[in-house]
Write a protein that binds this ligand. Structure first.
Ligand SMILES: Cc1cc2nc3c(=O)[nH]c(=O)nc-3n(C[C@H](O)[C@H](O)[C@H](O)COP(=O)(O)O)c2cc1C
Length: 146
């Protein structure tokens, strides 16, 4: 059993679109450093405004990580959707995978009923996990294609 935590937040960086991918890369770099040590896995979705994140691992590690993330000034309006025990990790290959929303990935969002912007109020933990699983497959295929 591992703990799975799902939350959403809003980026505090109102900078130009060009720096959004850079912002995601920087966050993933600091996340991966810690998550590798704590064996926390998961996935981070970013559309330039909203973050959706799934954290998986031992209860203590996930809660410690979430407590640290909540304090981060790079985002605000952190909203916890779910903390639940799951049988096994669903993002086991990533000490934090990430996916930046692009036009190419648009169809995946639309197939999950997410339009132009991610509205956390219309989401649930189950919907976020389903979206992230599809984006995980998409990113894995893309990486293999390069
Ligand atoms: C949206 C978002 C997601 C993050 N995800 C993680 C994460 O999964 N693991 C982690 O350790 N830090 C994560 N961070 C970064 C932490 O908030 C914090 O900056 C970092 O753990 C501190 O590391 P450093 O000071 O060594 O760079 C995230 C930050 C943001 C804004």
């Amino acid at each position: 059993m591992v703990l799975r935590l799902v939350y959403s937040s809003i980026s505090s960086d109102m900078g130009p679109n060009s720096s959004k991918l850079q912002q995601l890369r920087e966050i993933l770099a600091s996340a991966q450093k810690h998550n590798g040590q704590n064996n926390v896995t998961g996935f981070l979705v970013f559309d330039g405004t909203t973050f959706l994140q799934i954290l998986e691992g031992e209860r203590k590690d996930v809660i410690e990580t979430y407590d640290r993330i909540k304090m981060d000034k790079r985002h605000k309006d952190v909203n916890l959707f779910e903390m639940s025990d799951i049988e096994e990790r669903q993002f086991a290959d990533w000490h934090m995978g990430g996916s930046m929303r692009t036009l190419e990935a648009q169809e995946i969002y639309l197939s999950h009923g997410i339009g132009q912007v991610i509205n956390p109020n219309t989401l649930s933990a189950a919907k976020i996990v389903a979206l992230a699983l599809d984006l995980q497959s998409y990113e894995q295929e893309r990486r293999e294609a390069i």
